[in-house]
Design a protein around this ligand. Structure first.
Ligand SMILES: Cc1cc2nc3c(=O)[nH]c(=O)nc-3n(C[C@H](O)[C@H](O)[C@H](O)COP(=O)(O)OP(=O)(O)OC[C@H]3O[C@@H](n4cnc5c(N)ncnc54)[C@H](O)[C@@H]3O)c2cc1C
Ligand code: SF4
Length: 762
């Protein structure tokens, strides 16, 4: 790398590749910094026995960057080509109505269409129906039949894919003189195509950038940006040189590290290093997981051969309701590599899998998956299963932030306000799994912990008409910092609903054109390929949405929730730490209070009742003297297990795991259990209303115990609790009453088993 460039591009995903290509074509001196590796033909990781061998960016700059952050699991690509290396190749345009609200002036579908056409030309997109050599994969045909069977054919489409459908395993030159092969349907798109049959960004935009003189440095992660006399100083860690820090200078910097990483980088520059102190207060706001929702079908009646064909080939649009109540999403089938079939079987409701394990924290769930996965590598059932990926218009109301005290990255995600979208996605997953003759299953992190996962992260550095509403202007230039741009998914001000890469690239084409026109003083500059691009019909524009709405799912997802308040006393540092009664007495003497008010929800009641760990989600406020301030600390996505086996026939436990951040900025866990058994006096009330509680350091149940106590439900609070039961997902009073009755049956039935059955004459 040289020490000085006209423009430095950080990251090589859909924003960065477009920016680097066009800036280099416009004659600027361009330097590219990419934190991941290059992946020449055949080099993607395939060592299934060792997760550290090439898979994770955190391990010697591997392919995937997994960020299991507090309220969202974030999955991103790392490598020269960004997310395109591991994405499912789907290119769909955001429908016209999406641009009606939230976007800065100048944006509309009509205005963006020429840029979409340009991206379509560059990435040579076409649907699976254009695949002349290997025909339609069985999963594709099955999804078409399902759409017909469910009366959803008018909303079914074959999305455009950035896949080379030339003759399989035969090489040829693409239009940028780069060697590629035709797709052979190996089904490994999401772990990198070892045949170069995906039209990934390194084979088109980035190849052109380098052909036009751009310098690219890989395994170089930008750590911060400072202002300098000539513009900006970009400081990066070069992992090829042991992680040492270096810098380059440029008048123009294009931050294209992906929504989460770009936002984190800028947050650190504003709040930690104070090198860009005037970045908008909106930085971090407007995060969206694009309504991502992961589900599965198992034991389908027909062999779907999910490992045959590109990962995604079909979509079904769901569009129901109006205004704030509108729910819009697209439901896509997902193939997967044969090698992970055994692991996926863990989630099969019919298999032993994870069923019944009282998992309350992320690390416990990860460990259970690792352990069960290691024992279950066989690919049984691979043919009769499918992955589903739904994505939709969530409220983009998340927030990426740095914890004020620890500076750790966190994402706040409001599950409750996005629940109608998740409910409809759940319902359609049930319908489609059942139409395939199989059973639905769901992302275990969602089902157990209500932790969504997103591969389509957007927002955080959103575009707006002014700095009070966003971080960059409508061209991606950061308010208050001339020549500093964000040009990746971070600037999109709303969920696209569809797979977002096409829109990220089209917006980058639009915005880099504006930047080049300014830098070159040439108001007519256009990308050289713009003249070659032809209008492309987006498959979504050919769908029919019946007046008002598509049908509701036939499987309604009924949820149930109630509010619970508990109060008690505790003793910090009590020894021994399991002397609950002694700790309670000490707490009473010292006036050391602990209390919480939680809303406990079972968003999919029937799934929770069927799971022997009966997991619910707990949100609310916990107040612990000396640990939180007097207003308490929020608990989000805590876990509640209604009744789990306690090892004895007539004994169950109710479990609470409530993570919170203390006033000292450190993480803690309120870890409690109710010991539901007959202690000899038939005292059902005491057993179900006494919570033996410890406070642990950290958010895990392995954390050191720092306090012990006991909490109780007081009678007035219980009387109030009974009035708080609410049923979601149906307005039919009969169905609402039936849902409460199903919950009551489980509750009372378990108490009957525990307290009455042992006393019955045998
Ligand atoms: C499994 C999977 C399947 C997907 N399928 C689809 C699909 O079919 N269609 C679709 O539209 N989208 C899909 N996506 C999402 C898509 O990949 C992203 O939306 C898209 O890549 C985002 O583009 P971007 O330019 O914002 O960032 P990215 O593509 O994430 O690019 C960011 C780049 O910046 C680099 N970087 C990050 N931090 C730094 C740093 N500090 N210094 C230097 N470099 C840095 C990263 O390594 C990366 O190369 C999928 C994603 C995944 C994970
Ligand atoms: S199915 Fe995907 S990974 Fe396999 S050859 Fe085709 S594009 Fe490549």
């Amino acid at each position: 790398m040289k020490s000085n460039y006209d423009a430095v591009v950080i990251g090589t995903g859909f924003g960065g590749a477009v920016a680097a290509c066009r800036l280099a074509q416009a004659g600027l001196k361009v330097g590219i910094l990419e934190r991941g590796r290059r992946y020449p033909k055949g080099s993607f990781p395939r060592d299934w026995s060792n997760p550290a061998n090439g898979w994770l960016w955190s391990n010697e700059q591997g392919l995937f960057d997994l960020k299991p952050i507090n309220e969202m699991t974030i999955i991103q690509g790392a490598g020269y080509g960004g997310g395109s290396l591991i994405y499912a190749n789907v290119h769909l345009r955001a429908p016209a109505d999406l641009f009606a609200a939230g976007w800065p002036r100048g944006y509309s579908r009509a205005a963006l269409d020429p840029y979409y056409d340009l991206v379509a030309y560059m990435l040579d997109i076409k649907p699976i129906t254009a695949s002349a050599h290997l025909g339609m994969p069985p999963k594709t045909t099955a999804m078409k039949s399902v759409a017909d069977k469910l009366g959803r054919s008018a909303q079914f489409c074959y999305p455009n894919l950035a896949v080379d459908f030339g003759a399989p395993r035969q090489t040829h030159q693409n239009k940028f003189n780069v060697t590629q092969e035709g797709c052979n349907y190996c089904g490994e798109c999401d772990i990198g195509c070892n045949y170069l049959a995906k039209n990934t960004l390194d084979l088109n935009y980035l190849a052109l950038a380098e052909q036009h003189g751009a310098d690219a440095a890989i395994q170089c992660a930008v750590a911060r940006i400072e202002q300098s006399a000539n513009g900006y100083k970009v400081i990066y860690k070069d992992y090829r040189a042991g992680g040492g820090e270096y810098f380059i200078e440029a008048a123009n910097v294009f931050v294209c590290a992906g929504a989460v990483n770009s936002t984190e980088l800028l947050l650190r520059c504003r709040d930690q290093y104070k090198t860009l102190p005037n970045l908008s207060a909106q930085l971090g706001n407007g995060y969206s997981g694009n309504g991502d929702f992961l589900a599965f079908a198992f034991d389908t009646s027909q062999a779907l051969q999910p490992s045959n064909g590109p990962t995604i080939t079909t979509g079904i649009v769901y569009d129901r309701g109006q205004g704030a109540n509108r729910v819009w999403f697209i439901f896509e089938e997902g193939g997967y590599p044969k090698a992970i079939a055994g692991l996926l079987q863990l989630l099969n409701p019919a298999a032993e899998g994870l069923g019944g394990i009282a998992i309350m924290t992320k690390s416990e769930l990860e460990k259970a998956i690792r352990t069960a996965g290691a024992a279950n590598r066989a690919s049984a059932g691979v043919s009769r299963s499918m992955v589903f990926l739904a994505m939709g218009r969530d409220k983009a109301n998340g927030r990426i932030r740095l914890s004020p005290l620890t500076r750790e990255l966190s994402v706040e995600w409001d599950v409750a306000s996005n629940q109608p979208l998740y409910e409809a996605e759940t319902g359609l997953s049930y319908d489609i799994a059942s139409a395939l003759g199989g059973k639905a299953a769901f992302n275990p992190f969602w089902q157990r912990l209500h932790l969504p996962a997103s591969v389509h992260n957007l927002g955080g550095c959103t575009m707006a008409d002014d700095a009070a509403h966003g971080v960059t202007d409508a061209n991606g230039e950061v308010f208050g910092y001339r020549g500093l741009y964000v040009l990746d998914g971070g600037i999109l001000p709303a969920a696209t609903g569809v797979n977002p890469s096409h829109t990220i690239a089209a917006v980058a084409e639009r915005n880099v054109e504006a930047a080049i026109r300014r830098l070159r003083g040439d108001s007519a500059w256009r990308a050289p390929q713009a003249a070659l691009a032809r209008p492309v019909i987006d498959p979504l524009s050919q769908l029919t949405i019946p007046a008002g709405s598509t049908m509701a799912p036939t499987t309604a997802t009924i949820g149930l929730g109630f509010t619970e308040t508990m109060k008690g006393f505790f003793d910090p540092g009590h020894v021994p730490s399991d002397d609950y009664i002694g700790a309670e007495q000490a707490g009473q003497r010292n006036n050391c209070h602990v209390d919480f008010t939680l809303t406990i929800t079972f968003p999919d009641l029937d799934a929770a009742l069927a799971d022997s760990a009966h997991p619910g989600i707990a949100n609310g406020i916990v107040q612990v003297d000396g640990f939180t301030d007097s207003n308490g600390a929020p608990v989000s996505n805590g876990v509640f297990n209604l009744f789990v086996d306690a090892g004895q026939v007539n004994e169950r436990r109710m479990l609470y795991a409530l993570p919170f951040i203390g006033a000292d900025g450190k993480p803690y866990l309120l870890d409690g259990f109710k010991d539901v058994k007959d202690h000899g006096s038939f005292d059902v009330w005491a057993a179900t209303s006494t919570l033996y509680t410890v406070i642990r350091a950290g958010h895990e149940r392995t954390g050191a115990i720092v306090a012990t106590g006991i909490m109780h439900i007081l009678i007035p609070d219980f009387m109030h609790q009974l009035t708080t039961f609410q049923v979601a997902g149906t307005s039919d009073p009969v169905k609402q009453a039936a849902a409460v009755a199903r919950f009551g049956d489980l509750f009372m039935g378990t108490l009957w088993d525990v307290f009455a059955v042992p006393r019955l004459p045998h």
